[in-house]
Write a protein of this length. Structure first.
Length: 336
């Protein structure tokens, strides 16, 4: 009888913790590369609070901002190996494992942040490329949402009011073929560089400028080593909220629901905060006195757009998918 009891205890002790009842606790490590004050940083902290509250502490969330745990070069590998359970990387970082996500790197797919929810909803062709991406699934990743960083601006030491202003200058980009060919078309020299290294690269003159949202420019003090920010609104930085699929599927169903619900609420929170934070960052850049913000006229902005739309869309038709490209071209014609 003692032997039988011992065997039973051994069997029970070997059960997968994720299947063994409501008293088990789970750890969720969430890493990102931006500061805690950015839209991603704020949404990450909000998500963590919601998960811990809704799970009654059964899921303990630890957030690592500002490349404290992993940076641009190794965070994707960390997620796939379950060294971290959740990330919200920019779409450009998925280039090697899910090339179709470069759709979000294409120029001028949005003119204003208010357009984003409709254009990337899960029902559109663009949304399906994000939320139902087979390449992500094959790599053990599950998409929980799309977070906004905001619209991209050009920061540099000269006002960028015409594509000719970019000729021969080095611009930091994220590692994406789509971004590379955009800047080459405009006459710039694209230089992939990790986010955490941009300030030093600008300070040391290794690069002449780059593209980013107001919040990322201000929070990393990029403006303090740049004379101009050109409000071109030529692109979008979207963060794909992603969880390690195996970790997620080993949670009890009620905790999976907690993750899903918290992700939805954090996505809504992020979208509201992104516009506020970018507006505040723009104000702080103006007030610093270090950097002049210039706004191109409609005609000047159109000159940049005409060089890359729809030619950049067509260039990546086979990579991104014909249905997605057709939808983008149709929407662009409707906007005029």
């Amino acid at each position: 009888m003692v032997a039988c009891l011992s065997i039973c205890l051994l069997v029970l002790s070997g059960c997968n913790p994720a299947r063994s009842g409501k008293q088990e606790k789970f750890e969720l490590r969430f890493a990102h590369v931006t500061s805690a004050s950015t839209p991603k940083g704020l949404a990450s902290d909000f998500f963590a609070e919601q998960v811990e509250e809704k799970s009654d502490g059964r899921i303990e969330v630890e957030v690592f901002p500002n490349s404290e745990l992993y940076g641009d070069k190794d965070e994707m590998q960390a997620l796939q190996s379950n060294a971290v359970q959740m990330l919200a990387p920019a779409s450009a970082k998925f280039t090697t494992i899910a090339p179709s996500l470069q759709v979000l790197d294409l120029p001028f797919i949005f003119d204003h942040p208010d357009e984003i929810p409709e254009i990337v909803s899960p029902e559109t062709e663009i949304g399906k490329a994000i939320y139902a991406n087979p390449d992500l699934e094959a790599n053990g990743l599950k998409v929980l949402g799309l977070w906004d960083s905001g619209m991209k601006q050009i920061h540099s030491n000269n006002a960028t009011l015409d594509p000719s202003d970019m000729e021969g200058k080095k611009y930091r980009i994220q590692p994406s073929d789509v971004l590379r060919t955009q800047f080459e078309t405009w006459g710039g020299i694209p230089s992939p560089l990790a986010f955490a290294e941009v300030y030093n690269g600008l300070q040391q003159g290794l690069i002449d400028g780059g593209e980013n949202t107001y919040s990322n420019i201000e929070s990393q003090k990029m403006h303090s080593v740049q004379k101009y920010v050109t409000e071109l609104d030529h692109g979008y930085i979207g963060y794909i909220l992603t969880v390690n699929k195996r970790w997620y599927e080993e949670l009890p169903e009620d905790l999976q629901a907690v993750i899903d619900e918290s992700a939805d609420e954090a996505s809504e929170f992020n979208r509201q905060e992104a516009q506020k934070v970018n507006a505040e960052s723009k104000r702080l850049i103006k007030e610093s006195g270090d950097t002049k913000i210039v706004v191109p006229t409609k005609k000047q902005r159109q000159a940049f757009k005409d060089m890359v739309v729809p030619s950049e869309y067509e260039k990546y038709r086979d990579v991104i998918g014909p249905e997605v490209v057709d939808e983008l071209i149709r929407r662009n014609k409707e906007r005029g």
